[in-house]
Design a protein around this ligand. Structure first.
Ligand code: MV4
Length: 446
């Protein structure tokens, strides 16, 4: 097992990784920017190194600075968290060259998962349904042929994109060429790769993803699915597990497909396979080669710590249990509490946080790096806390969430709390009837 892990992240995920490592008897190294000198992760780690100024490009994204901290501290492994360098294949390569274990998937998997089109082809080859679409579109001639097959409405997606970045919806032929060029330009500007493809647009689908976990010896399990349809601009706000939209039969088929998809990429460590669910059909869309923000809702149902599992597996341990040993318990919901103002188009809400009260109690978990007096700066994302509840039934989980949200009282900044409260109390949410357009529709017509 590792003796020392460097945590290449900040905020709640850095705190979570530090605590998981400590539970395994592993010592920890934090890195921090000048803006995070007083941050919780900086204080909780056994050692901490300042790696640069506040802007992420000059600190958390700077591979050379991260690697010097790892070398100076003699860390055996690096946990990247989510965001920052978590899905950068080059970072994985640099870790390997420095004989430091990257806690996550292999380099080849990272490259393949980052190329959405390649991942889609690999997954389709093992019999997993994918959304009807095209291959890479180079010319307008390629495009015309593909459109004749796929039909409208359609979507342009950037092959190097993911998470909705660079997507363009096309309703009819009149906007086709203009959007093709715009999609290519945007893909080139954002990812340095102009490769785009089209997919049939599924307007009223749900976004459902499956947590998978694999050791280095070919054993792979899933930790069930997460319903993630409540999002705005591809930022999730509320997630739950299990998905209220799936029959047991469909859940079985979906989770099975996720395991097959991960096997097709030779997946190791933790990952997420994303699907769109429309009626009683599901389609693979992408695979995320990282731990995700919403992983706790899977953990509380499985009863294991996913970060500890990631560390154990990266150190070469065996999974040690099979799919049938996993017993899913109850229903979990997560609300993301962001320092954002929904009334001002979710603009970041800077300020000094004053804590009035925080939720707790049976089946209530708050994953956060929050402390009284925390300055919310504009440099990083606005996640303040993740509130996770676990009940025996969906109804119980919703009631727990309402109670817990009422106790999440901060002053000094505006948060997404009231919006979360409104949504979880709504008749649509209670009935489990929502799709990926639910939140944006609701915000337009309150
Ligand atoms: C789609 C889609 C509908 N049809 N693909 C968004 C994030 C990225 N992982 C894939 N995403 C989607 N891909 C096809 N062919 C719908 C989404 C989508 C979405 C779209 C509009 C508004 C909110 C959304 C939330 C989740 C997924």
């Amino acid at each position: 097992m590792f003796k020392k892990i460097l945590v290449a992240n900040r905020g709640e995920i850095a705190v979570r990784v530090i605590e998981a490592a400590h539970e395994l008897g592993i010592s920890t190294v934090a890195i921090f920017s000048e803006a995070d000198r007083g941050a919780l992760h900086t204080r909780l780690a056994d050692e901490a190194y300042c790696i640069g100024p506040a802007p992420a490009r000059q600190s958390y994204l700077k591979i050379a600075a991260v690697m010097s901290a790892a070398e100076v501290s003699r860390a055996d492994a690096i946990h990247p968290g989510y965001g920052f360098l978590a899905e950068d294949p080059h970072f994985v390569e640099v870790c390997e060259a420095s004989k430091i274990i990257f806690i996550g998937p292999r380099y080849e998997t990272m490259v393949q998962a980052g190329d959405k089109l390649r991942a889609k082809l690999a997954v389709r080859a093992v019999g997993v349904p994918v959304v009807p679409g095209s291959e890479a579109l180079k010319t307008e001639d390629d495009l015309k042929k593909a459109v004749a097959q796929v039909g409208y409405p359609l979507l342009f997606k950037a092959s190097a994109g993911g998470g909705g970045r660079g997507m363009r919806i096309v309703l009819d032929e009149s906007e086709l060429l203009e959007k093709f060029r715009a999609a290519q330009r945007e893909a080139e500007a954002a990812f340095g790769d102009s490769t785009v493809y089209i997919e049939k647009y599924l307007p009223s689908a749900r976004h459902v993803e499956v947590q998978i976990l694999a050791d280095q010896y070919g054993r792979i399990v899933h930790w069930g699915e997460r319903e993630c349809s409540i999002q705005r601009r591809y930022q999730k706000l509320i997630e739950e597990s299990p998905s209220p939209a799936l029959s047991d039969e469909m859940r079985g088929a979906l989770c099975d497909a996720a395991v097959r998809a991960a096997k097709a990429l030779g997946y190791q460590n933790a990952g997420t396979v994303e699907f769109l669910v429309s009626g009683d059909e599901f389609y693979f869309i992408e695979i995320n080669a990282r731990i995700q923000v919403e992983h706790p809702i899977s953990e509380v149902r499985v009863g294991k710590n996913l970060i500890k599992e990631q560390i154990r597996l990266a150190a070469g341990e065996r999974l040690g249990y099979s799919q049938r040993d996993i017993k899913f318990q109850g229903h979990a919901i997560e609300c993301r509490l962001n320092a954002e103002d929904p009334a001002r188009n979710f603009a970041p809400s800077p300020g000094t946080v004053r804590i009035k009260s925080l939720p707790g109690g049976h089946g209530v978990r708050l994953d956060t790096a929050l402390y009284d007096g925390l300055p919310m700066t504009p440099y990083y994302d606005s996640l303040l806390a993740k509130l996770i509840v676990h009940g025996q039934t969906r109804e119980e989980a919703i009631l727990k969430m309402i109670n817990a949200l009422k106790r999440f009282e901060l002053e000094g900044i505006v948060t997404t709390r009231d919006l979360c409260l409104e949504i979880v109390s709504s008749s649509e949410f209670m009935a489990g009837e929502f799709d990926t357009q639910f939140l944006e529709r609701r915000l337009r017509e309150p």
